[in-house]
Design a protein around this ligand. Structure first.
Ligand SMILES: *Cc1c(COP(=O)(O)O)cnc(C)c1O
Length: 371
C-alpha cells in the first residue's frame, strides 16, 4: 500500500499527522467547543430565504470583496467590541483558520518564523507548518498565564516575524490582559526593527469573556490584528466564517494571497442572515457563560483543579493519567478533549442537561479511582 511518505511530499510534512479532534458518536459530545444550541427556527427560515435569493445568481461568481458582509461584521464589532471599525478594516474568510492561513501566507512563509505561547490552539503551529513558516514555542507560567519576562527574552533573541496571542486561550481558557498584549507588541516591534512584526490576537472566544474585547488596541497599531469567528458564539461552526479587524493596509495585504472568490455566495448569504439575529444568538452566549461558571464551581466542589476560564470551555485536572480519565469519561458516554496538556482535560460548556451528565460522569470516575 502506498503511504504518504512514499509520495514526493514536502520534507517538513513527512511523518506528520493532520489536525484531528476525534469525531466519536456518543450521547454527550463536549470536545470541540461548539455551541450546543442549534440555530433558532426563525434564523433557519431566514437563511433559507437569503440562500434562495443567492441561488438565483449562482451562475455568477460571488462578490469577491464580500462588501455587504464585511460592512455588517464591522457594524457588529462597532456595536459589541468597544471600538468603531469600518468595512475597509474588516476581512472575512472560510473560518478564522483561513484568516490565519492568509495572514501567514502574507506575513510568514519560508525563512520567517511565528511565535506562540503553548499550550495554545494547535492550529497556529499547524498553519505555520503548512505555510512554510518556522514555529517557535514560547513559555507560560504554571497558572497558564503568559510569562512576560521569558516572552520578552524569547522575542529579543529569536525576532519572530509573527506573534500569536490567543485570548481567551484555547485549551486553558486564560484571558490575556491589555497590558501584556501591549508589552508583547512593543517587544516584537523593537526586536524586529524596520516595519516590525505582525501580532495576531486570536479572539475566537471573545464573546464569552469576563473582559472587554482587545479590539480597541488596534487603533494606531497597524501591525496588530484581531481574529474572530462565527463558529463559537454565533453557534455556526458548520458555516465556516471567520473574520479579522485591523488597519485597512492589513486587509490590502491579505488580498495579495487570498484565492479569488474564496467566499461563496451561499456562505455570504448565510452569514448575513445570522448577523440579522445577533441579539438572539448573544442571548445563548449569556446562558453558556452561566453554565461555564457553574462547571467551574461544581468541578471545584468535586475536588478537581480548574483553570480560570473566560471561554465556553473549562480546563480541569489534575490527573496522574489524563488520557485514562478521558477514556473513563468516554466509557460513561461523555466525550471531552485531551489536548495533550499533561494532567489536564478540557470540557466544552454544553446544555444544562449535558453538563449535568458530564458532572455525574466525573463524580463516578473520581469515585472509581478512589476504590
Ligand atoms: C475554534 C477556534 C478557532 C475557530 O476556527 P474556525 O476556523 O473559525 O472554525 C480559531 N481559533 C481558536 C483559538 C479556536 O479555538
Amino acid at each position: 500500500m502506498t503511504g504518504i511518505d512514499d509520495l514526493p511530499i514536502r520534507d517538513e510534512l513527512r511523518g506528520k499527522s493532520p489536525y484531528g479532534a476525534p469525531q466519536i458518536d456518543v450521547p454527550v459530545r463536549l470536545n470541540t467547543n461548539e455551541n450546543p444550541y442549534p440555530l433558532p427556527p426563525a434564523l433557519v427560515a431566514r437563511i433559507a430565504e437569503r440562500v434562495t435569493e443567492a441561488a438565483r445568481d449562482l451562475n455568477r461568481y460571488p462578490d469577491r470583496d464580500a462588501v455587504q458582509l464585511r460592512t455588517e461584521l464591522a457594524a457588529y464589532l462597532t456595536r459589541t467590541a468597544g471600538h468603531s471599525v469600518g468595512m475597509a478594516g474588516v476581512w472575512a474568510a472560510n473560518g478564522s483558520n483561513e484568516i490565519l492561513q492568509q495572514l501567514l501566507q502574507a506575513f510568514g512563509g519560508p525563512g520567517r518564523t511565528a511565535l506562540g505561547f503553548e499550550p495554545s490552539y494547535s492550529m497556529h503551529a499547524l498553519i505555520a507548518r503548512g505555510t512554510g513558516t518556522g514555529w517557535l514555542s514560547g513559555p507560560r507560567n504554571d497558572d497558564f498565564t503568559i510569562d512576560l519576562e521569558a516572552a520578552r527574552r524569547t522575542i529579543a533573541e529569536r525576532k519572530p516575524d509573527v506573534v500569536f496571542i490567543c485570548s481567551p486561550n484555547n485549551p486553558t481558557g486564560t484571558a490575556v490582559d491589555a497590558g501584556t498584549v501591549l508589552a508583547l507588541y512593543e517587544a516584537a516591534q523593537a526586536a524586529k526593527g524596520g516595519p516590525g512584526a505582525l501580532v495576531i490576537i486570536d479572539e475566537a472566544y471573545g464573546e464569552f469573556s469576563h473582559r472587554p474585547s482587545l479590539l480597541p488596541l488596534i487603533e494606531g497599531r497597524p501591525n496588530l490584528v484581531l481574529s474572530r469567528t462565527m463558529s463559537k458564539a454565533f453557534g455556526a461552526a458548520g458555516l465556516r466564517l471567520g473574520y479579522l479587524a485591523a488597519d485597512p493596509a492589513v486587509v490590502d495585504a491579505v488580498q495579495l494571497v487570498r484565492l479569488p472568490y474564496h467566499l461563496s455566495a451561499v456562505t455570504q448569504a448565510t452569514a448575513l442572515a445570522a448577523l440579522e439575529h445577533t441579539d438572539t444568538l448573544l442571548g445563548y452566549v449569556e446562558q453558556l457563560k452561566a453554565e461555564r461558571d457553574r462547571l467551574v464551581s461544581e468541578l471545584r466542589a468535586i475536588g478537581c483543579a480548574v483553570t480560570e476560564s473566560d471561554a465556553n470551555f473549562v480546563q480541569f485536572g489534575r490527573f496522574d493519567d489524563a488520557h485514562a480519565t478521558w477514556q473513563a469519561l468516554l466509557d460513561h458516554g461523555v466525550l471531552v478533549r485531551d489536548n495533550g496538556v499533561p494532567g489536564w482535560l478540557r470540557v466544552t460548556a454544553g446544555t444544562p442537561a449535558e453538563n449535568d451528565a458530564f458532572l455525574d460522569a466525573v463524580r463516578a470516575v473520581t469515585k472509581e479511582n478512589k476504590q
